[in-house]
Ligand binder design. Structure first.
Ligand SMILES: Cc1cc2nc3c(=O)[nH]c(=O)nc-3n(C[C@H](O)[C@H](O)[C@H](O)COP(=O)(O)O)c2cc1C
Length: 489
């Protein structure tokens, strides 16, 4: 029985000497598109026009006008398209496999997107599921708004994850990827909304049972992990979720994605362990980067970054983003290094700082000495922990994905999971993993906008990574993102 998320994380560690190979059950490969029998999706209008902005502009935007979003179905269609759409395909058997605007561990796409709309021109008030396959909407509830309705038009998004999609391949470790993938999707939504003039307020704190019931999820299979709403409201998101009737069993059964699903209990138990919320109005914790273990002797302020060398606008970065692995040993130009660091700094919130510490392994990047650095996003400075080459060793730790040794930089997202659990209970794990995923999305898009390669890495021997990075006993590497010049096809 998993009662702590740190325990979950430890028990799903990869250990070089204890890796059991397992075949994939292709007969029960999960469907990556959620369908509701008997509910035909309502087609959304063609998305567009698209914002003509660079990602750097978007990340530098000061506070947006809370009324800035146009509550119209056309704008909603554009927002959903920029957030989560099919952007590429490859032959698979007799059909096609579709890639998406956001990456996903193993291309298993556990994340689903729902929203309630209220007062949006061209769409009846309701709870909808977004069908990425059809760029359409499944109407799940009509006029569900309850007490939030009188406070003006609103859109509240719910990001969920279907355990079995990820666990089919990664078994109990799959919950890690459900969380990281959802972080990617959440950041994609935040940027898409920002590009259209909308501020989103995001939260990983909501009453799980009530929200899952409202969305009509089978909680043993699919759960809500994050909520985001526009415009920012004073009252909490709880105010707009009414106590609801259970949706029909057919709808609840739509969380099933394969005929014979193996039950992986650790993800379900770890998720349940994190259901209580222990976050009050107390002060934030000190920045995580100072609580990881290693402490640089000297912090060097980063230069102020004016422009990055963007080769495509934000919209094209979203549509062209893919995981690239064909890194080659070419020095990464200084402006590109600056762009990546600037992207991370601008995308980091107080929340991120509290839950994840960022490190960088430098290989071949601008004028920087190869070595292991920590990034303090508050003071905008880098501190060297240790000089020297790290890439070969890290590639070996990442399940011998040898191509990682050719990347110019490895970004590292780390957290003291023991301390988070002590302060926030097991839910602290959700906060940290979601933030790590959000940072990963910023790196992917920043790299794509500058024509550089990027690939997220969730597969590593956990204890070997902890030792290489000199992390304290309870601190772990959560996610690694490799970036660098890639060979052109
Ligand atoms: C959380 C996460 C972990 C990932 N881990 C790995 C990894 O260990 N090795 C790898 O080659 N790719 C990894 N990827 C990249 C995925 O394989 C990739 O996103 C997926 O195949 C879809 O392809 P695309 O990103 O080109 O659209 C990861 C992606 C994410 C989001």
């Amino acid at each position: 029985m998993v009662v702590s998320c740190f325990q979950y994380h430890r028990s799903t560690s990869y250990d070089r000497d204890r890796m059991e190979g397992h075949g994939l059950d292709w007969e029960n490969q999960p469907s990556v598109f959620k369908e509701y029998p008997g509910i035909e999706p309502i087609p959304l209008p063609e998305p567009g026009p698209f914002p003509e902005k660079n990602l750097s502009e978007l990340l530098r935007q000061e506070k947006l006008d809370p009324e800035g979003f146009t509550f119209h179905i056309k704008a909603l269609s554009t927002l959903l398209f920029l957030t989560y759409s099919l952007t590429g395909k490859a032959r698979q058997g007799d059909g096609f496999f579709y890639f998406r605007s956001v990456p996903s561990a193993g291309a298993l796409y556990p994340a689903e997107l729902y929203f309630t709309a209220n007062g949006l021109a061209g769409l009846d008030d309701g709870l909808y599921h977004f069908s990425i396959a059809r760029h359409g909407l499944h109407l799940l509830r009509e006029e569900p708004q309850g007490k939030g309705a009188e406070s003006g038009p609103s859109l509240t998004f719910f990001l969920t994850s279907i355990f079995f999609r990820s666990c089919w391949k990664y078994r109990d470790r799959g919950y890690r990827y459900c969380l990281l993938d959802t972080g990617h999707l959440l950041q994609s939504l935040v940027l898409a909304a920002g590009s259209m003039g909308a501020s989103l307020s995001c939260s990983a704190d909501f009453p799980d049972n009530q929200v899952n019931r409202f969305l009509g999820l089978d909680q043993e299979r699919e759960v809500c992990l994050a909520v985001a709403e526009v415009p920012m409201r004073k009252e909490s998101v709880l105010g707009v979720i009414p106590e609801s009737e259970k949706l029909s069993q057919d709808m609840v059964d739509a969380s099933r994605v394969a005929l014979k699903e193996t039950v992986y209990s650790a993800p379900v138990e770890a998720h349940k362990a994190g259901m209580s919320i222990r976050r009050g109005n107390e002060e934030s914790l000190p920045a995580m980067v100072y609580r990881l273990g290693p402490s640089p002797d000297h912090w060097e302020p980063l230069p102020s970054f004016s422009t990055w060398h963007e080769v495509v606008q934000y919209k094209d970065a979203v549509l062209s983003r893919r995981s690239r692995r064909n890194f080659f040993q070419e020095p990464m130009p200084e402006p590109a290094v600056h762009g990546l660091l600037d992207g991370l700094l601008k995308g980091t919130s107080e929340n991120t700082r509290q839950f994840v510490g960022t490190g960088v392994l430098v290989n071949n990047a601008g004028s920087r000495e190869p070595g292991y650095y920590l990034l303090d996003s508050k003071t905008e400075s880098l501190g060297m922990v240790k000089e020297g080459p790290f890439m070969e060793t890290m590639a070996h730790i990442c399940l011998d994905q040898a191509w990682l040794a050719n990347a110019a930089l490895h970004f590292l997202f780390m957290a003291d999971l023991g301390a988070l659990e002590e302060r926030f209970g097991p839910r602290g794990y959700r906060y940290a993993m979601l933030e790590a995923g959000r940072m990963g999305e910023i790196l992917y898009l920043t790299a794509a906008s500058m024509g550089i390669g990027c690939c997220g890495i969730g597969a590593f021997y956990d204890e070997e990574a902890r030792q290489l990075l000199k992390l304290d006993e309870n601190t772990r590497l959560l996610y690694l993102v490799a970036v660098g010049p890639v060979k052109r096809a």
